[in-house]
Design a protein around this ligand. Structure first.
Ligand SMILES: [Zn+2]
Length: 205
């Protein structure tokens, strides 16, 4: 049984994952709403509930490996892969370039599912797809838990998002909240620091 949008939204609200305020997204855009997906996934059983629908969607696709962008995508990719009983790896930005580290490998022809927690513009997922193609992996599809574009992103491959919500985003110079004198905050993993990464912004959506 697939979850309804109401059930999913209720899980986000119950776990405090849907924040209201004035936020800067990874894309640089400002928004009144922010999905902190990690707050859902701290309750691992909810992570399983959400990812079950995604895994079910791809169970006939003979996925070999799920690849996610760090940081937010890691736990999502891991859970989808666990349910599909396949490998999970992640790519991370090094000097701002999405890269496979930690000895992670994708073999030529491997069937890859690119997975992310929340997306607004699809940027991080597309960067991961580029990494996979460099290794000559085959991108079977892309998936996200939350699509803030309302499903408008074109990844050039089949795309499944569990929950779509079209949320108004503003460029900083046109942001009504900035105009009203409020200062946008960047929630999420901004305080995470990695000793061997520079300029890494974490996974703010
Ligand atoms: Zn603003």
């Amino acid at each position: 049984m697939a979850l309804s949008s109401e059930e999913i939204l209720s899980i986000f609200k119950k776990t405090g994952a849907l924040l209201e305020g004035h936020f800067v997204l990874t894309s640089g855009l400002h928004s009144r709403f922010y999905f902190q997906c990690a707050k859902v996934f701290q309750y691992s059983w909810y992570g399983e509930v959400l990812c079950r629908d995604i895994a079910d969607h791809f169970k006939e696709e003979k996925i070999d490996v799920v690849v996610s962008p760090a940081v937010g995508g890691i736990v999502v990719g891991q859970e989808i892969a666990r349910l599909l009983r396949v490998r999970a790896i992640f790519a991370e930005r090094v000097e701002n370039v999405m890269t496979l580290r930690r000895g992670f490998k994708i073999s030529a022809g491997e069937r890859v599912l690119a997975a992310e927690d929340v997306t607004t513009t699809g940027g991080s997922v597309k960067e991961v797809m580029d990494v996979v193609r460099e290794k000559r992996g085959e991108i079977v599809a892309a998936t996200t838990v939350v699509d803030r574009s309302g499903g408008k992103i074109d990844f050039g491959v089949p795309y499944f998002s569990l929950f779509q919500m079209e949320i108004e985003n503003f460029s900083p110079d046109k942001c009504p909240m900035c105009k009203a004198g409020s200062v946008a905050v960047k929630p999420g993993s901004r305080d995470l620091k990695y000793p061997n990464q520079s300029g890494q912004e974490g996974s703010n959506k």
